[in-house]
Design a protein. Structure first.
Lengths: 419, 160
């Protein structure tokens, strides 16, 4: 547990010091690692890894079952993480309102399945946007196939801003609105607070996909005015295999369970069952205990850095990248989404001349630059952008100007093959 | 960028920038199939006009990276005018060359694709470097798997 991060009193992130906490930057090989794919999955600091090791080495037992000390300690750590993760997003009643899942995808499937089992009627209207990740699109399409709900989409303009012109008409009679707080392709920060207020006026429940938002921007579910929030651990310095659903307690009380099994029941008879109290009603089977504890350590790490500073760092670095792209490549490089760094997260999807994103990514790899190339699990959005794929560089706390310069050098090198 | 020179050979870049047999054929009478790589969004459509057992014309369309586009272009050149059986043999040889398992076996595995095979493959041998970039193998084989489906359709039609 060396290089323990303590409260930093300066205005900006100390990237060199942060990088020292991440073993991967020392160990990955000879070339410097320009890791620009945190929107797909972030790296994790020694503090998170150590916390999980410590748990496995000293504490592990199944939770909510044993009456022996070890099991009690495991349960206590797991439940403490629930509260810490809830506090991180401003949940008013974290011990009841935070549900641990496998990832943000499972969190959204939990909501869609639960609504399909008791709260939706055929013909009910669900409002989405056209920039949703497949995780916030396919679950609703599945419910549409299953019971015939209607899905309506909020459109967006060429710069990636949602078109709120006919929002009230679209919200009229809607049962549920589900949208991303930050697009994983365009980077757009959507005006969820305003949409939530108008959706509530129309009587709809509001679900937010925070997978690309919670890791980067101070999140307060009460301020946002949403009813539910899905996010995932591995994009915010935590391990894979742990996701989160926050939802208002009164809503969770009304929602039927999703997965059935142990731990989610109060009583089981041969002819039926009685579900457990929330949040356990939605956590069937042995949960990802070490992963939840790892996520608890991750939010502790991020909180110590200060989420306002994380956001300021990403705005400054996005600004730098956009300016340097312009200087080096002019019109040869097009960044999708809002031009104003204040309106976007640190996600830079770009097209460079006519070089296919796969080929860009391949050449970049030779320079130790990791970017995502593909459709980013957003095929409908790719179609509206008129492309099959984009290359995407995404920024996080351990990136700085040297990573942007590494990216620029590597992009320029694609010209030796693709003219 | 030594590794990349193996991948982006001149022939490949030439077929990427100037694809051969690009376009579509009316289907029917031509047979066609579409292939997708869900991982990256690459798409290819292959159209084959046959006279009995003979591939008299072939076209391909779609979108994708340099490897998937050039492989499709090289494929059309390789099988145009060939019999269905010869085309199947070309598919088999090409996919052998692309087999990651053989590549992983190192030197011995080189024998798996014989010099005779490489002669048969002609310009296609330029794609051999792809095996060193396992993620790209699916790019290279997309058009070939799609052609295989078209040939299935042709043979199913003949046996009816």
């Amino acid at each position: 547990m060396e290089a323990m991060t303590t409260q930093d009193t300066t205005d900006t992130l100390d990237v060199a010091r942060i990088r020292a906490d991440f073993p991967i930057f020392d160990r990955h090989g000879e070339k410097p690692l320009h890791f620009l794919d945190s929107a797909a999955s972030s790296q994790r600091p020694i503090q998170v890894l150590a916390e999980m090791d410590e748990y496995y080495e000293t504490t592990h037992a199944n939770v909510h079952r044993g009456v022996y000390g070890l099991a009690e300690r495991a349960t206590e750590q797991y439940e403490n993480s629930r509260v810490a993760v809830g506090a991180f997003v401003g949940a008013p009643d974290p011990s009841r309102e935070i549900i641990f899942t496998k990832n943000a995808t499972e969190s959204l499937n939990l909501v869609s399945n639960s609504f399909a089992r008791g709260l939706f009627a055929p013909g009910d209207k669900v409002v989405l946007t056209k920039m949703e990740h497949h995780a916030n699109l396919v679950p609703w399409l599945m419910v549409k196939d299953q019971m015939g709900i209607e899905i309506v989409y909020i459109d967006h303009d060429a710069d990636g801003y949602l078109d709120l012109e006919d929002l009230d008409a679209k919200l009229d009679g809607a049962k549920l609105v589900s949208l991303t707080l930050c697009s994983n392709v365009l980077g757009t920060l959507n005006p969820v607070k305003e949409i939530a207020a108008r959706a509530h006026a129309a009587g709809a429940v509001v679900v937010a996909d925070g997978a690309q938002y919670v890791p980067h921007i101070a999140t307060d579910v009460q301020d946002l005015g949403i009813d539910m929030l899905a996010f995932t651990g591995h994009k915010m310095l935590g391990p894979t295999g742990i996701g989160v659903l926050w939802a208002k307690a009164e809503l969770l009380e009304r929602m039927p369970p999703f997965l059935g099994g142990g731990d989610m029941i109060l009583d089981v008879r041969l002819d039926g069952y009685t579900p457990n109290e929330i949040p356990y009603k939605f956590e069937a089977g042995t949960p990802p205990i070490a992963e939840a504890i790892g996520l608890g350590a991750a939010v502790k790490y991020l909180s110590a850095l200060g989420m306002d500073k994380v956001r300021a760092h990403e705005i400054a670095l996005s600004e730098y990248a956009l300016r340097r792209f312009e200087e080096e490549f002019g019109r040869d490089l097009v960044v999708h989404g809002p031009k104003n760094p204040l309106d976007r997260g640190g996600v830079l999807s770009f097209a460079y001349r006519n070089v296919h994103p796969h080929d860009i990514s391949q050449v970049l790899d030779q320079f130790g630059v990791c970017v995502r190339a593909g459709h980013h699990c957003a095929k409908p959005l790719m179609r509206t952008l008129g492309v099959a794929a984009t290359a995407r560089a995404s920024l996080y706390i351990y990136n700085d100007e040297s990573d942007v310069e590494g990216l620029i050098e590597a992009i320029a090198a694609t010209r030796s093959f693709f003219g | 960028m030594q590794g990349l020179e193996d991948l982006y050979r001149e022939i490949i870049l030439d077929h990427y920038k100037n694809p051969r047999n690009s376009g579509q054929l009316d289907s029917p009478p031509a047979h066609s199939a579409e292939g997708y790589n869900p991982l990256c969004g690459d798409e290819v459509a292959v159209f084959v006009a046959n006279d009995g057992d003979r591939i008299v014309d072939i076209k391909m369309s779609g979108q994708g990276c340099s490897i998937s586009r050039s492989s499709a272009s090289l494929m059309t050149v390789a099988v145009k005018g060939k019999s269905v059986a010869e085309a199947r043999e070309a598919i088999r040889t090409f996919k052998n060359m692309m087999s990651i398992h053989e590549a992983a076996l190192g030197a011995e595995a080189e024998d798996q694709v014989t010099p005779a095979d490489l002669r048969t493959l002609g310009e296609l041998a330029a794609l051999q470097g792809v095996v060193k970039f396992p993620v790209r193998i699916k790019c290279a084989t997309l058009a070939w798997n799609t052609l295989s489906q078209v040939l299935d359709e042709i043979e199913a039609g003949e046996s009816n």
